[in-house]
Each structure stands twice: as C-alpha cells, then as structure tokens.
Design a protein around this ligand. Structure first.
Ligand code: ADP
Ligand code: MG
Length: 703
C-alpha cells in the first residue's frame, strides 16, 4: 500500500475503529452524519468557551458563567413535594473560598451517586443563579478529576445529539485528532499557503480542536482564526480545482470555429423594431468571440427579467445556422418552450429557415416526422422541453445548444444536450440573477456574461405590499386598468404539494375573482394540472387580449412575455422567495405603460416575512434582490432545496466566507491554467479533488 492509500483507508475507516466506540455509539454518531474517522476530524466545535481564567467559588457572580475548580462536599437526591419535579439531585461543592449548589432535575440517580463522591475534584461551568441567599447552578457542565493541563484553556463546545455528552464527544474527537490528524494530507502547495498565511491541514485540524491559549477567542468564535481559514480555504480550493480542471479540459477540446458571415444576423437586425442595448451588444460579442474560437463555448448568460436575453439567443443561433449547423434550445416548461418557439418562429421563416417545437405532448406521428427532419438537417432549429434530450432525438449536426433557465436543469442535462453533437457550443441562460458567490460554485467552469441594463424606456414597476383592507380598492383599480385596455395577473402559490389542493385553490380563486371582477373583466384560469393543450389555449387568448385577467399558479413564473399586462397581483406573497417575486413582477412593465405589482400576505405572516416583502418595494434590480434574498434565507433555500445542486462543504460557508472563496478560486485556476505546477505536485491534489468532488462534478463525463 502506498502511503497515500494507507492514509486514505485509515481516514475513511468506520468510527468503531476508535477505542470505546461500539455499535450503539456508532448509531448515535451517525445521526450527526459522522461515519468515518475523517468525519469526526471535521466535526468542528460550534463555539468555544473561554476557560482560561478560573474563578474562585466565592467569585461566581449571579448571571455569569465562569469555570471553577471545586471539590464535592456532599451529594444526594432530595424528594420534593408540591408542584414541579418530584425530585432533584443536589451536590454541594466548594473550595477554600466558599460553596455553591449544583442541581439537576433530569439525571440517573445511580450514576450521579457514584460520580459525586465527597472529596472528588471537579471542573464546573454554568450560569449562576441566586436562590434566596444561596447561589446555585442548574444542570452545570462538569468534568471530573480534571488534570492540571485542563485547567485553563479555551474549551471547544461541540454539536451533540441525544445520548452523547459534551465530555464524551470532546474526548472522542480528541482521540481521533491525536491518532489520525497527522494522516490528513495537505497537497496545497506551500507557496499558496504562505501567500494567505494558512496552515497545513493537519495542523489546522489540530488547532480548531485544541486552540492555543494565545489565540483571540473572537476569531475562533467567528471562524476567522488561522486554523479555520485554512480549513475553509481547502474546502473551496478543491472544488475550484475541479471546476478549473473542467474548464481547462473544455478549452482543450476541439470544437468548431464558426465564421460570422452576417448572412442571417444582418437582415434580422434590420427588421427588428428596436436597437440592441449596449449591454446586449457587449454580451453578443462575448458569445461571438467564443463561437469563433476553436474550443467549444460554455457560457452562462445572466440577465435580469426583461433585459432581452431571447434576442441574444436568437442572434447566436443564427451564427450557428450561418455555418450550416443546427441549433437545439431547451426550456424547463412547455409554456416557455412554446414561447421561445413562437419568438423564433416570428423571425426564422422570413429568413427561409425551418424551426419546430418538440415537447412531451407532441403527437407521435408529428414527433416521428420532426425527428426525421432533424436527422436529415432539414430543420435548422428546434425548441423543446426535456423531450429534446431523449435518446432517439438525433441531430444531423448540432452546432449550438441553448439551455434556458439553467437552474432548472442539472449538469447531466447540459451534458446530454452536448452529446447530441460533437462538442457543440453551449449557451445557458438564466433570468434568476445569481449572486457571484453562488455562480462561482454552481457554474464555476462556465464563463459568465451579464446583461446588466434594461432596454430604454422601461418604467419601473410600482410595487406595494398591501393589507386586506385595500383589496376592494385594488379591484376597482384593476377594472380601470382593464377599461384602459391593459391586462392583469393574479398569482397563487402552490398551497400544498397535493395536486388536488392546488387545483382547488386555483379554482376557488378563479370563481371568487369572477364574482368580484366579472362585470368588467374577462377572467381566465391557468394552472399546472391542466392538459397542455388547454394551457396553450388560455395562454394564447391572454396573449391575444381575449382575456383581461389571468388567474394562475406559478406556472407562469418564468419568461412569459405579454407586454400589454400592467398589473401583477401576488397572493400569499410571503410564500415565495424574493427572486421568484422579482421574476413574477418582471411579467409586467414590459410595455410602455406604467405597471404595478401588488403583494398580499397571509394573515399569519410573520413580521419578518412582511419585512422581506418590503425589500421588493425598495429594489428593482434583480441582483440587489437576489443578494438580499440570499442573505435572508441562505443558499439552500435561495436556490430551492430540491434542485439546488449546491456542493456540501465541510467547513466553508458560501455567505460568510466569500472572500476566501475568491482567492481560493483564483489560486485553483492559476494552478491549472499556467501549468504552473509540475505534474508530480498536481497529481496528489487532483487525487484528493477527485475523491472529494469527482462524483458531483462528473469529471469522467467531461473527458
Ligand atoms: P428576458 O431577458 O426576460 O428573457 P426577453 O428576451 O423576453 O427578456 O425580452 C423582453 C422584452 O423586451 C421582449 O418583448 C423583447 O422583444 C424586448 N426587447 C429585447 N431587447 C430589446 C431592446 N434592445 N429594446 C427594446 N426592447 C427589447
Ligand atoms: Mg426569457
């Protein structure tokens, strides 16, 4: 066995390898997600207690917590009458300066009696209360027979689970650290560690668990000690190394260098009723640059709602088509796919180009026909849903794949689209602005383009959080808007996971709104349980202005474009994420008219929930809102737990540690890019990276 294999197998051994850990304890530890020795090494203290300064018993002040050394004077269970606990275990302890009572309401009598033997020395800690003239500590933390070295120190306090005491956990971790920390390999080159004053991994692990008395305790508490920073850095570094490697492999692949002939793009630009914004032009030239380069493009296009990503996608598609290649576009929902299809279909036929739509509800015969045309190259562009990723969908020559609303798809889907061509260019688009910390981890191997400017003439959407008292007034306002020729949305969140409930909520709302608005407005209903032909029919009549008010569940969340809509009403708004609310709000304000977004919250909405909604009144820029949302809810919820795809770091926190993320990323990319390191140095790092992140990054796939 080589040394590295040996270290790995030891670190990955089950915890039962530790002395005193049997199956029962192993099960308890598993509840904390601790399975291997390595897991335990990374089970970091949740906080630290400053026990560097022992107090004499007489100096234990009420309301304070300070460590003290004392001896047991007497101890016994005391039965109580009256209300409350029937019995209490009491130990009187003291030193030469005085005595204090320790009390427990929950205890195991036998164990307590055996442990609190008169004369035994203890190290105690807990909040002191006064009880008449006496001082006492309820459920103190106690260590027995403390050795001299335990005396004065900064004590790590670990996250626990039922059935494991603080002391037990501490001794387990410390046993693991003493025996195994030395096996942790630090392949991160020394020059990088020096650059940021970081410790070797094993030293860092040792120090977080056994902090030096000279360390500033605040730094330990807020995880900015040198030891913490070193662990956080390593956490980020290896993931970024994987991403860098992926980008590097992508860059080295041979793709296709497209030429820009303007054959189709020029006539399209001439026909467009508007000029591209400077931001659109910039982004388009970034895309062109990638498409003309010999390596395949992997670019993420971010742009706030309404910033005009679709036209950029269309122009990119035309570049591929000008080169005789085909384009495949996938969107997460049928409605979106269909909308893209319509947009593309307004322009492509004028240019004598063929386009088609393929979704799950495309009839079998039509599908067969489309697949044939796709395989022969007769179709230049195809728009679709997941249906486009099925195995039997074959392109004659896929040159560009476009993925809309990337966050709804995983790396897998991106790859399966990619595999339908020979290293085609890939453009992924998202209208959910993703704060940089997240995009660097989620899409870290993609290059990023941002459309950071809305087309001219957009009037900011007036946004108000409304109380129920304003509802009647709002209905009048909506009727006025209808009479002025504008349209409105009413959005309901999915109430439950249950389909029947969702259906009922949407239908009830529809009936109610028909009662309230029906004299003036034509009201339509759109929800996720409808057959897609019915959805289409409703959507189409709304787009064509045959409906004034559209009652919808969140199926319209992304991308729907009806410029004539001027009012967006969102019910139970607190149930949505801010980014989602911003998406919804983006459905209005797309035309020249002044537009409005009204947010109703539920009766039982918390004050904090309402505060969150007011952020929508303050900001109109999606990046600001995304940032605020991320701060409020954390990365997991921000992304939606289901498909978040967030990497699980051992120590690092994407929000708190973003600064370290920045330099860990820069370093990792530097290591890979410049071939700065000798192969021999790189190999063990890559090995660790592979073990840690290989599966997540699906590196084998990129090959
Ligand atoms: P999103 O980025 O949210 O996907 P869209 O591509 O749907 O935005 O564009 C929103 C609307 O703005 C569409 O109606 C589109 O035709 C229009 N649009 C796009 N670019 C411009 C521009 N440069 N000037 C004016 N209108 C534009
Ligand atoms: Mg869009």
């Amino acid at each position: 066995m080589t040394r590295s294999n040996y270290a790995e197998s030891e670190l990955l051994s089950p915890l039962t390898k530790l002395k005193g850990v049997g199956d029962r304890l192993r099960e308890k530890l598993a509840r904390l997600n601790l399975h291997t020795i390595e897991d335990l090494l990374y089970h970091l203290p949740a906080r630290y207690e400053d026990r560097r300064h022992l107090t004499t018993v007489s100096n234990l002040g009420a309301g304070q917590s300070a460590p003290f050394r004392a001896r047991v004077i007497s101890a016994a269970e005391i039965k109580r009458g009256g209300r409350g606990p029937k019995a209490v275990f009491e130990a009187l302890v003291g030193d030469e300066t005085g005595t204090i009572a320790l009390k427990w309401f929950h205890y195991q009598r036998n164990w307590m009696e055996r442990s609190y033997r008169p004369g035994r020395e203890i190290l105690g800690f807990g909040e002191v209360r006064t009880f008449g003239p006496n001082r006492e500590i309820l459920h103190p933390e106690v260590e027995f027979d403390p050795d001299a070295q335990l005396d004065a120190r900064i004590l790590p306090i670990y996250p626990l689970t039922e059935g494991i005491s603080q002391q037990r956990m501490r001794s387990l971790v410390h046993a693991a650290v003493a025996t195994y920390a030395g096996l942790l390999r630090s392949e991160i080159p020394k020059y990088l560690r020096t650059r940021h004053s970081l410790l070797d991994l094993n030293e860092a692990i040792y120090q977080v668990h056994n902090p030096d008395n000279n360390v500033a305790i605040e730094k330990l508490q807020d995880r900015t000690s040198m030891a913490h920073r070193s662990l956080i850095y390593a956490d980020f570094f290896y993931l970024q190394l994987g991403l860098a490697l992926r980008q590097d492999r992508q860059n080295k692949q041979s793709g296709r260098a497209f030429a820009v002939s303007h054959r189709y793009t020029r006539p399209l630009l001439e026909q467009l009723p508007f000029q591209l914004t400077p931001a659109q032009k910039r982004v388009l030239s970034e895309i062109k640059h990638d498409m003309m380069a010999p390596a395949p493009m992997h670019r993420l296009l971010q742009g706030d709602v309404g910033s005009g990503k679709t036209i950029v996608a269309l122009l990119s598609a035309l570049i591929a088509v000008e080169n005789g290649a085909q384009v495949g576009i996938i969107a997460p929902t049928e409605i979106l796919a269909e909308q893209h299809y319509r947009f593309f279909a307004t322009w492509l036929p004028n240019l004598q180009l063929n386009i088609a739509l393929l979704t799950g509800s495309t009839p079998g015969r039509r599908r067969k026909e489309l697949l044939h045309q796709l395989a022969t190259g007769e179709l230049h562009t195809i728009v679709g849903t997941h249906a486009l990723l099925q195995d039997d969908v074959r392109f004659n020559d896929l040159g560009l794949g476009i993925i809309d609303e990337q966050h709804r798809f995983g790396v897998k889907q991106r790859n399966s689209l990619r595999k339908k061509g020979s290293n085609p260019d890939i453009l992924v688009m998202t209208a959910t602005p993703i704060p940089r910390t997240l995009s660097m981890t989620l899409y870290g191997e993609l290059r990023i383009s941002i459309i950071d400017q809305l087309p001219q003439g957009r009037i900011p959407v007036v946004t108000r959080v409304l109380s129920e008292a304003k509802r009647a007034g709002l209905y009048n306002f909506i009727k006025e808007q209808t009479q002025a020729g504008f349209q409105s949305y009413f959005i309901y969140p999915l109430v439950e996971e249950s389909e029947t409930l969702e259906l009922k909520a949407a239908q009830d709302a529809f009936i109610q709104l028909n009662d309230d608005l029906g004299d003036v407005c034509r009201v339509g209903l759109l929800h996720g349980r409808m057959r897609s032909a019915d959805k289409d029919a409703v959507m189409t009549s709304f787009k064509q202005g045959e409906l004034d008010v559209l009652v919808a569940t969140t199926v319209i969340e992304v991308g729907i474009d009806v410029p004539n809509a001027s009012v967006m009403v969102i019910e139970h708004a607190e149930r949505f994420g801010l980014a989602q609310l911003h998406q919804l709000r983006g459905r209005v304000g797309r035309g020249a008219q002044k537009s409005y977004c009204f947010l109703f919250h539920s009766h039982n909405c918390s004050a904090q929930g309402r505060e969150r909604l007011h952020i929508m009144e303050r900001y109109r820029d999606g990046f600001n809102i995304a940032e605020a949302d991320l701060q409020l809810r954390g990365p997991g919820e921000f992304l939606g737990t289901q498909q978040s795809g967030l990497p699980e770091f051992r120590v690092a926190d994407l929000l708190a540690d973003r600064e370290i993320l920045e330099y860990a990323r820069a370093d990792a990319f530097e290591c890979i890019a410049a071939d700065a390191l000798q192969r021999a140095e790189l190999a063990p790092m890559l090995e660790t990276m592979e073990r840690r992140w290989g599966e997540k990054l699906e590196l084998a796939d990129v090959g």
